[in-house]
Each structure stands twice: as C-alpha cells, then as structure tokens.
Design a protein around this ligand. Structure first.
Ligand code: UDP
Length: 236
C-alpha cells in the first residue's frame, strides 16, 4: 500500500461501535472495525485513535434529564474508556500491539496520557488509543481528536461517520442534497456545513490540519482514505 499519510489520527464515535443497536457495544461491529484498523496499521501508517462515548453516555443528554453537567461529562469521559478497552482487547486478539492512554489518570488499567510517550509508542509501531477525551468537561471527543492530532503532529484527522461525507443538506431528509468531495475551511464556515463541533473545527482551521469525513460502513474505507483515494469529503 502506498501511503498518502505518514501519521494519522482516526476519530471513531461511540455510535460507530454500537452498530444498528445505536447504544452499547456491538462486538461484531467492533470486530470488523478492528480488522480494517489492523490492515491500515500493517500497511505502515502510524495510527492514533480517539474514541467517543456517545453509545454509552452523552453529557448534554444526561444533563437535560437533570444530572449535573460536569458529573455527566465525567461519566461521558469514563464511557470513552470503556470503548477504548473494548477496542484494545479486540485489536490485541487479532495481533495489533496497542496502548491505551487516558486523559484522566487510572493507572491500574491504562497509561496516563503523556505526549512524548504517545509519540514514542507510535514510532515503535504501536497503535495508540487515546481515551478520556480531553479530560475536561464541556468538551467533546471531536475536540480531543483534534487536540491529540496536533500534539502528535498527525498529517490528517479522519472522522469516521455513518454518512459518506459532507452534503449540501441532510441527505436523509432532503433528496436534493448533493455530496461535496472537497471543501475549504472558509467555505465550510460560510455555508454552515457542520463538519465537526465548532471548537474542534476552529482548531483544525487555525492549524491547517486537514479533515477527511468518511463513511466507516463502506468496506475498506479507512485503507482507501490513507492510500489517498478519493473517499469521503476532504476539508483543508
Ligand atoms: N466529554 C467531555 N470532555 C471531553 C470529551 C468528552 O466532557 O473532552 C464527555 C461529554 O459529555 C460527551 C461524552 O464525553 O458527551 C462522550 O463523548 P462524545 O459525545 O464526544 O462522543 P461521540 O459523540 O464521539 O460518541
């Protein structure tokens, strides 16, 4: 495989791990995702993963139901650790060396996040799973993904979603919505396309970090994106 990127950060939402159930973990889905990740990793890409937690707990949803927002956000961050451990277990079973690094210290089950250590793991060919989001309430795992991508000097951030990329409207509601293969940061802002949450998007724009939004359910999508194929929408 010829690589278009040397080091990449893949953001996987919690929903992508829940499959058609929408909540919790579907281990069949996690397994097939792990196979794709293994293939990419075997191709020589230095790969970091940031996992979401929305399949288990979302701070905004829980606080709307009466929970304290900060507590709910910490619960959300813990949910990302559950997902990270599931991914780690399944990846290691198929022979991928991984390390989970958490933004909130919990040394009996994972290493604490230390930037230089993360980079060292990547250089040694280990796949690094960043868990616990940014470690701060009021943020999202999209922001955590951009933050870690910038910290480890990734060439690109890959945002795995359930749709093919960015459209002019919501393709599920508007049949006239058309697919956009390429966008500038400025265009995305002017036209109001929601690529990522505003904090995360702003960080990418400010630092010139390209984003590829693609459909994780398309077979081989991650491999194709990293080989530089035209898959999904690229924002740069
Ligand atoms: N979260 C947080 N700070 C972070 C990252 C996540 O407080 O830096 C909490 C927040 O409550 C969020 C939840 O963790 O709703 C799960 O993350 P997210 O919603 O980003 O997951 P995804 O939608 O990607 O599954």
């Amino acid at each position: 495989m010829t690589l278009a990127y040397r080091r990449a950060l893949l953001k996987i939402s919690g929903e992508a791990l829940a499959g058609s159930r929408g909540v919790g973990l579907d281990f069949g889905v996690v397994g097939s995702l792990a196979e794709q990740i293994k293939q990419v990793h075997a191709g020589g890409v230095q790969l970091g993963l940031v996992v979401g937690g929305g399949n288990i707990m979302r701070g905004t949803t829980a606080s709307a139901e009466g929970l304290d927002r900060v507590s709910a956000d910490y619960m959300g961050m813990l949910a990302t650790v559950i997902n990270a451990l599931a991914l780690q277990d399944i990846l290691e079973k198929i022979g991928v060396q991984t390390r989970v690094l958490t933004a909130i210290r919990m040394e009996s089950l994972a290493e604490p996040y230390i930037r230089r250590r993360a980079v060292r793991h990547l250089e040694k060919g280990r796949l690094v799973i960043f868990a616990g989001g940014t470690g701060n309430p009021f943020f999202s795992t999209d922001t955590a993904a951009v933050l870690r991508a910038l910290e480890i000097d990734a060439d690109v951030i890959l945002k795995a979603t359930g749709v093919d990329g960015v459209y002019t409207g919501d393709p599920k509601k508007d049949p006239s919505a058309t697919f956009i293969p390429e966008l500038s940061f400025q265009e995305a802002i002017v036209k109001g396309y929601a690529v990522m949450d505003a904090n995360a998007f702003g960080l990418c724009k400010e630092n010139g970090l390209p984003i590829v939004v693609f459909n994780i359910n398309q077979p081989g999508a991650i491999v194709r994106v990293l080989a530089g194929d035209r898959v999904g929408t690229i924002v740069r």
